[in-house]
Design a protein around this ligand. Structure first.
Ligand code: SF4
Length: 349
């Protein structure tokens, strides 16, 4: 193996000035570095595809200023109780049959109650039996709760740090940044893979985007998935009137995440619906290699499935299969005609 193809070591000792310097590179140089790193760890023409289902919607006691699910903001959102296991499995089955390899289940809770764990772990077991990877986002977790989810076979737990430690208090006051880190440590300790990222466009400075990525990159282990969300300005939330973030700054954030955490999947998450095909393509070039399919995320819109199919085909992108793909999972091929039946909106069942 020559030097150019030798695996890069993963670093956990990035300095603020190094990350600032990456953000400040001329755009073409930053993109070249991100692409170079990306190609040493991933097939650049493959994008991992997940489906997200809200299993309990609204009435969350937390005050995250971007979130329509907080009970504190009047956004017209219709609250829903925890779904029944069979309904969740019905959604997962349909997502699997249309190409998703990972099924993510989100509940708007501060943290799960121990009494909910029986139902939650039944969902994990059921989705695993369908041959899919499982991910959950349920709020803060105690060590015993993380262990119960691990025993049920949960593959990933999502818990975002949202932003930099310095800007965090401007966005959330009902739980601390340290509590986020504690949950991430509990998840790791239980042996579950970590999905952790944040949101940009909330009125933070570049310095905060630097601080957010620096925090993630200097965790003892990089999160396996790093979702980078662009704020969806939902009417009724305190951040509804935020100014647009420069799209190139969004692409820069993706590129820096790719360079800092080269072996992680960087996920283009919320906010994709408002992005042009050209902007999404730039983010793929910057190293984003994971998306959510389906016309809804937890409560906010996502691009129409037919638009995703068409974009993948135009760019020659293949949805990534599971490493040991279950024979049940039929991954859609890029040459397939644009057909909305390939994709599935889990939120609609
Ligand atoms: S982001 Fe999560 S914790 Fe915060 S208000 Fe929304 S559902 Fe609750």
């Amino acid at each position: 193996m020559n030097q150019a193809t030798a695996p890069l070591p993963l670093r956990h000792d990035w300095s603020r000035s190094e990350v600032e310097a990456l953000f400040a590179l001329p755009f073409a140089d930053l993109m070249f570095r991100a692409q170079t790193v990306h190609r040493r760890f991933f097939d650049p023409n493959e994008v991992q595809v997940s489906t997200l289902l809200s299993i309990k919607t609204g009435t969350c006691p937390e005050d995250c200023k971007y979130c329509p699910q907080s009970v504190r903001y009047d956004t017209g959102l219709e609250a829903e109780q925890l779904m029944e296991v069979e309904r969740v499995l019905e959604s997962a089955r349909a997502a699997r049959d249309t190409g998703s390899t990972r099924f993510c289940m989100g509940a708007a809770w501060r943290s799960p109650k121990d009494r909910d764990l029986g139902v939650i772990t039944a969902m994990v077991r059921g989705v695993k039996e369908l041959g899919m990877e499982t991910c959950m986002t349920l709020g803060m977790l105690e060590p015993n709760q993380a262990r119960a989810l691990a025993e049920a076979g949960l593959d990933y737990y999502n818990h975002n740090i949202d932003t930099s430690p310095e800007f965090y208090g401007e966005v959330i006051t009902t739980r601390t940044f340290q509590q986020r880190l504690d949950t991430l440590a509990n998840v790791r300790e239980a042996g579950i893979k970590v999905c952790c990222g944040g949101i940009v466009g909330m009125g933070e400075e570049r310095n905060d985007r630097v601080g957010m990525l620096l925090t993630l990159a200097n965790l003892p282990e990089h999160p396996e998935s790093v979702p980078i969300n662009l704020l969806v300005r939902v009417e009724g939330t305190p951040l509804a009137g935020q100014d647009d973030l420069d799209p190139f700054e969004f692409v820069r954030t993706i590129a820096v995440a790719r360079i800092l955490m080269p072996a992680s999947h960087v996920r283009l998450s919320a906010g994709r619906e408002s992005m042009s095909d050209e902007l999404q393509s730039l983010t793929f070039l910057a190293g984003a290699n994971s998306i959510f399919y389906g016309e809804r995320l937890l409560t906010t819109p996502n691009p129409a499935c037919s638009r995703d199919t068409a974009l993948f085909r135009r760019l020659g992108i293949r949805p990534a299969a599971l490493p040991l793909q279950s024979e049940h999972v039929a991954a859609p091929q890029p040459a397939a005609p644009a057909d909305t039946a390939l994709f599935y909106d889990a939120a609609r069942v």
